[in-house]
Design a protein around this ligand. Sequence first.
Ligand SMILES: *Cc1c(COP(=O)(O)O)cnc(C)c1O
Length: 416
Amino acid sequence: MAFTKENKFTPFNKKIWLSTPTMHGDELVWMRDAFDKNWMSTIGENINEIESEIATKIGCKYAVALSSGTSSLHLAIKLAGVGQGDRVFCSDMTFSATVNPILYEGGIPIFIDTERDTWNMDPNALEKAFCLYPDVKHIVVANLYGTPCKMEEIRKIANKHNATIIEDAAESLGATYKGKQTGILGDIGIISFNGNKIITGSSGGMLLTNDIERANKARKWSTQSRDNAPWYQHEEIGYNYRMSNVIAGVVRGQLPYLEDHIAKKKEIYERYKEGFKGLPVSMNPYDNVNSNPNFWLSCLLIDENAMCKQVRSDQDYCYIKEKGKTCPSEILETLAKYNAEGRPIWKPMHMQPIFRMNGFVTCEGYGRGRTNAYIEGNGLDVGMDIFNRGLCLPSDNKMTEKDQQVIIEIIRACFD
Ligand SMILES: *Cc1c(COP(=O)(O)O)cnc(C)c1O
């Protein structure tokens, strides 16, 4: 791969990814251990060990090892008592896995718009939402791209309305907020070990809590809700959600490298920030006084006045190139051309076809109707605006400094 003064790029011969697993070798030791001891099961030493290590790392009393972040969220939603027809306030700009478990339990998500300081749930919009729906008792809040949300403000509002907070820390393992680890900032938390997260088990997740009854219930539900009887006996619905001891071995091998992964991700973020100096852009923001993100994904936001015209429908997009201006579609297309993977910002839930009938609340109150068009000037809610002007950059820990420099040049050239 080369970048020359004539602005000629040749594609990377090895694809530069958004975010892939970074293995170290210790993972194999513990997988092997499971194999050698024949605990090729959902019981075993790796599970017990990683549950206790994660609980210590996070600073919570109990960590329950489950098959995914999504199954962990499902049990969290169930533990919190969300039932048929219950409205639940939920982050709007997030991955759909934050929301789906609410629907598994028959709940109705009401989406809360995003604020500009951390790209997470806007406490002012949440306050407005309680005016519109005063009887809501549950809030699901995510820490997008590894950046902690404004939990103190959200907590105050939740307390005022006696609402339970479920924290989706799937993307933010290792990030801290006011000196505390994310994942235990709400009443029940979850993390994920999916393949693209900051550390991985190839899959897997955990439910985090300080309440022993909640931990015991989650553990029981996750193993088919077997009662304490000489035969298979059940008083409740069960699930097959327990983590495998082999997966737990992978996570056990990864955990010692969490801080190392975060340091690398932070370097990537800082290099982008430095490399984009002078361009009409900003990086995904965070509260540098109260929080330390894990910098899982680096993102770019193009200034409004540097956006060329871009329109997105549910399936397609088009844009009109203008001198000195660009848009996420052009940058993503260009990155792909050179064999590098970027991604659009997670498309807000209130813009998703499946949720078109669900409530959506901005800090001004009722949300505007669903529209995918970019309107200059601009009449968009915050989530829509960030989706229109933002994108996720290649943030893989194995990308070299030189590769990243080329990525930066490729993106700079889009502004020509
Ligand atoms: C990845 C992710 C999940 C789901 O975790 P899985 O382990 O993939 O099931 C949930 N919420 C968010 C915000 C995520 O990014």
